[in-house]
Design a protein around this ligand. Sequence first.
Ligand SMILES: Nc1ncnc2c1ncn2[C@@H]1O[C@H](COP(=O)(O)OP(=O)(O)OP(=O)(O)O)[C@@H](O)[C@H]1O
Length: 450
Amino acid sequence: MPGITAAAKAEEPTSVEQPFEVGQPTEVQRPSVAQEPAAAQTATEDVLVETPPAEIRPAIGDPEQAPAAEEAPLDDPGVDEYAAEPPADHEEPLLEEPALEEPALEEPVVEEPLLEEPLLEESLPDEPDPEELATEAAQPEAPVEPTLDDPVEALASDAPPKADLFTPPLDLQTPPATPRPMPKRRPVRPEAPARDLGDVVLSIQGLSKRFGETVAVEDLDLEVREGSFYGIVGPNGAGKTTTLSMITGLLRPDAGRVTVHGIDVWGDPVRAKRTIGVLPDTLRLFDRLTGAQLLYYSGTLRGLDNETVRARSADLVKAFGIEDAVDRLVTDYSAGMTKKIALAAAMIHSPRLLVLDEPFESVDPVSAANLNEILQKYVEAGGTVVLSSHGMDFIQRVCDHVAIIVAGRVLSAGTMDEVRGENTLEERFVELAGGRKAAEGMEWLHSFTD
Ligand SMILES: Nc1ncnc2c1ncn2[C@@H]1O[C@H](COP(=O)(O)OP(=O)(O)OP(=O)(O)O)[C@@H](O)[C@H]1O
């Protein structure tokens, strides 16, 4: 994924010019694309703006307490500071979506390894315990949960334990009464259960994108069906982010066609984007808003009414465990918290398709388990998830479909079993991607010159 660029930084809003006033119809000044330096503008395409609602209020928190956005020191550097010229082959993502799809600030790239969710992994026994099976057989079956049409409603109303919905899995909290030896860690776990999939939700045909001499994506085809939990994996620079950006209308392809729910993303981008929730690779958010304000802004821009936004915001904030942070400015959030609020904002309008670029990066293991549970329930309720990740073990565990992209092309795609065959996904990935190198010629690293 591209790192921070000078041109992208220039997109950062210099201020929230019209601070929120509780109860007063208020206008939020969108960061002006016109503030970009000329060099960046050459690579930025048409800007489509959905008219934001006139009245923007904070979604959560005590209205008596003035939103922090208006009191915070506006210490953003000026635009000129970022006006350095980008490389000639550099292209900025399109700024066509409100809020999330037109974010303002690139988050520093965090080089943390992806979370493998070791807790969940370890919680599965290696072999069935005969005693345990006998006990389980004697117990009544758990009631079948109803399937809800609206994925976010499903998250919000998954009774009985609404309060428990995002509680970490039992084995994370409650140790078994009788200590048993730790199960052996297995490299392979059973994949997510096969589901009956619906119609094609996302269709990609002949998608191509070059940046100067660099071919990022080349003649890429992919089909994703409703109810899939679809993982996209590939080595660094394989074209995952470029592909996801083109799917979601953030980056215009050089060639090819993308349809979401039958709507041409580049023919009718506004309508197509309404059905998509996006977590972009670099979290450029309106970070001079508090978390609550950001959610409110995202929800109202998507046409939700006040009451719905507030109710969903409360559910999402609780689900992601950011209650304590919700009245603070997003710019003060940690990387993981920023990812959570961005995910929440991507989900608030209950889209039928979630496209998430490395959603688990920077997220702690318990939060990752919670997020996984949220996504699994969303998919069970009929939503579709397409996500990229470098965590092979994680992808193998949670996704029912996977595509391996190398050098801008799909080398293998299908159900998890079809793609990995007799191997683990990681083995199959290494086989297709290659690139393993013996650590030769690095002896100087062991010389410890100090
Ligand atoms: N805005 C840009 N300008 C110029 N080149 C770009 C730009 N974005 C991506 N590229 C190039 O396109 C290729 C694909 O990049 P992309 O970010 O899609 O890879 P990726 O699979 O997401 O990588 P990673 O796993 O490291 O995040 C890379 O060679 C990258 O350098």
